[in-house]
Design a protein around this ligand. Structure first.
Ligand code: PMV
Length: 331
């Protein structure tokens, strides 16, 4: 019996979508109904260690030092099984032959405030598990694997500005191409949230989803153009329209979901006032009430100052553009 542990650690950054992914054409493979575009949030980081240990009798999964709930546990274990199945297939032609694993994940950003950790979490988990098993995978292969854990995780594998076309994501511009910032206005919410997996499944029940999808290639191409030319006015117009289209679908799905709270709208208002006065800032909103204020680096101070004063904003978190996910050496 092999008693050797196999261990690796990887880091990954969450990402903020400028053109949103909402709805799947294949729910179980998490193949998206539309292509999307994001940038990695390099100042927020997930570090995940995976250690396959033949002496363990059960997988152990902790996030920020706490055992995860049953649903999160199953999702992580299922992902490890799927990666280990590749290993078994490649090495021995067997399945279900992996050792149990110890998975320890830590985030530098607070959990439960609505910053999705599933993207960076599944990107780091995929890369650490493959490295621990000695699987040599290309970036597109790692991105495809990460996608099976959480759709948007495929965009946290490559670095900088990233486009996800169907199966996997690739970088379209480097981290240093355009020093944009994301100033995230965290707003208090008493609402029960509907997770994105459930949300994707509801997308087609909105009569607006077909129109959103039909127009998605136009928005994606405008956003790519805005990034290539560092054209902020064009970026502002297209990302706000894209976010509002996604929320129109969410609000008109059956059952309807409204992620916004009054402070969400107050931040939207403030962002538009700032832009009218010449500040390069625009909003986007994920599946939650928080508002991501995307701005040029020189405008950060002004944006933060304005957003902090808004009633209902409980915290402000900022991040610049980040690089790719990668394995880090053990000290
Ligand atoms: O990857 P998921 O299933 O958490 O879905 C992400 C959905 C949005 O964050 C709302 C949009 C996106 O493209 O990231």
């Amino acid at each position: 019996m092999n008693t050797q542990t196999r261990k690796a650690t990887a880091i990954a950054f969450p990402n903020i979508a400028l053109i949103k992914y909402w709805g799947n054409r294949d729910q179980s493979l998490r193949l998206p109904s539309n292509d999307s575009l994001s940038f990695n949030l390099g100042d927020l980081r997930t570090t995940t260690t995976v250690e396959f240990d033949p002496l363990l009798t059960r997988d152990e999964v902790s996030i920020d030092g706490h055992k995860v709930n049953a649903q999160a546990y199953e999702r992580v274990v299922h992902h490890l099984d799927r990666i280990a199945d590749i290993d078994c297939g490649e090495r021995r032609g067997l399945s279900e032959c992996r050792s149990k694993a110890r998975v320890m994940s830590n985030n530098t950003f607070p959990m439960g405030v609505g910053i999705a950790s599933s993207a960076s979490g599944f990107a780091a988990l995929t890369i650490a598990a493959c490295a621990a098993l000695g699987l040599k995978k290309s970036e597109p292969e790692l991105s495809s694997l990460a996608r099976l854990g959480s759709g948007s995780a495929c965009r946290s594998v490559p670095g900088g500005f990233v486009a996800w076309h169907d199966g996997y994501a690739t970088s379209i511009a480097t981290q240093s191409h355009w020093p944009l910032m994301d100033v995230i206005a965290i707003v208090a919410s008493r609402h029960k949230t509907v997770g994105s997996t459930e949300g994707h499944a509801l997308a087609d029940s909105s009569p607006f989803q077909a129109a959103r999808l039909a127009d998605a290639p136009r928005r994606l191409s405008l956003c790519e153009q805005a990034i290539a030319n560092c054209d902020f006015p064009l970026l502002a117009e297209v990302i706000e329209q894209d976010a509002l289209m996604m929320h129109s679908v969410i609000m008109t799905s059956q059952p309807s979901v409204i992620y916004w709270v009054p402070a969400t709208l107050s931040v939207i208002d403030a962002v538009r006032d700032l832009r009218d006065s010449g500040v390069p800032v625009a909003f986007t909103i994920d599946a939650g009430p928080n508002v991501h204020c995307i701005c040029e680096a020189h405008a950060v101070k002004q944006v933060k100052q304005a957003v902090r004063q808004i009633e209902g904003v409980t915290d402000v978190i900022e991040s610049g553009v980040g690089g790719p996910a990668c394995v880090i050496p053990h000290s």
